[in-house]
Design a binder for this molecule. Structure first.
Ligand SMILES: Nc1ncnc2c1ncn2[C@@H]1O[C@H](COP(=O)(O)OP(=O)(O)OP(=O)(O)O)[C@@H](O)[C@H]1O
Length: 260
């Protein structure tokens, strides 16, 4: 197992000397918001994904090259069917490419065994989806805690996570089940769940797709705060140019390629 996946070196949300919460990265145990001039945290080369449906090949990704520097907030826009979700799934280790390479933290996904890929999904990458995907029978607190329990690192909410919950504006909603929360609150619980293991990368697929303008603004502002204050690298898929405006950089996809 590589150093970056050593459980003793996994990213943590900790306090610095000024009492601020910061994220420590896996590979150098430096705060992620300290500029790191070496390799991009995500490096994609000549990525192809072809789906075969009957006799027809669909080239969902058609030669993607992409570098994402550590700590960047990147928006991925593009028309329906342009390959955004396919790219998202491959970057998160949820699906294999047909060819090409993806390196996360300098490690080639294709060279990882299934345990290492599971570790990647549990510790290095956090996911936020359009439909929140909270477990309906659990409270907000339990929805967040379960992720830490699975990783074998039970969470002390008060000590370790309270300020993050305050920042997300959901500290007083922790004992409610999802049905008692608004869509915006559910998405903020989903964001808390996605970052509770201190992942270096947050992948968000249409995180505001089900929200009204007011709640969209709240969620997007929070993502930007996470990026600026905690140094989280964020990749966000969106159809909405106003949402993309919250990011540092926007790439546009068309027909499985990056076109701008
Ligand atoms: N499992 C699959 N089998 C066959 N074709 C697929 C599969 N998944 C995606 N595709 C095709 O691959 C192409 C890219 O799809 P993808 O879902 O990545 O696009 P997208 O940009 O995320 O679209 P949307 O914005 O509508 O979610 C589309 O033509 C789609 O029909």
């Amino acid at each position: 197992m590589s150093e970056s996946l050593n459980p003793n070196l996994q990213p943590e949300i900790v306090r610095n000397e000024s009492g601020e919460h910061i994220v420590l990265s896996t590979d150098n145990l430096e705060p992620l918001h300290t500029p790191v001039v070496n390799a991009p945290i995500i490096q994609v080369r000549l990525l192809m994904k072809t789906y075969r449906t009957g006799e027809v090949d669909v080239h969902a990704l058609n030669g993607i090259d992409l570098d994402v520097p550590r700590g960047q907030f990147l928006a991925i826009v593009g028309t329906s069917g342009s390959g955004k979700s396919t790219l998202f799934n491959i970057l998160g280790g949820l699906a294999p490419p047909t060819s090409g390479t993806v390196k996360i933290n300098g490690r080639d996904l294709a060279m990882m065994n299934s345990t290492e890929r599971t570790d990647l999904r549990k510790r290095t990458v956090g996911f936020v989806f359009q439909k929140y995907n909270l477990l309906p029978t659990l409270t907000a607190r339990q929805n967040i805690q379960i992720v830490r329990d699975i990783a074998g690192r039970p969470l002390d909410f008060d000590d370790q996570f309270k300020e993050v919950l305050e920042m997300l504006g959901i500290a007083r909603r922790m004992d409610h089940k999802p049905r008692a929360l608004s869509g915006g609150e559910q998405q903020r619980v989903a964001i808390a769940r996605a970052i509770v293991n201190g992942p270096a990368i947050l992948l968000a697929d249409e995180p505001t797709g089900n929200l009204d303008t007011k709640n969209s603004d709240i969620v997007l502002t929070l993502l930007r705060d996470l990026n600026k204050r905690l140094g989280q690298t964020i990749l966000m898929i969106t159809h909405n140019p106003e949402a993309a405006a919250y990011a540092d950089r926007t790439i546009q996809m068309r027909d499985g390629k990056i076109v701008g």
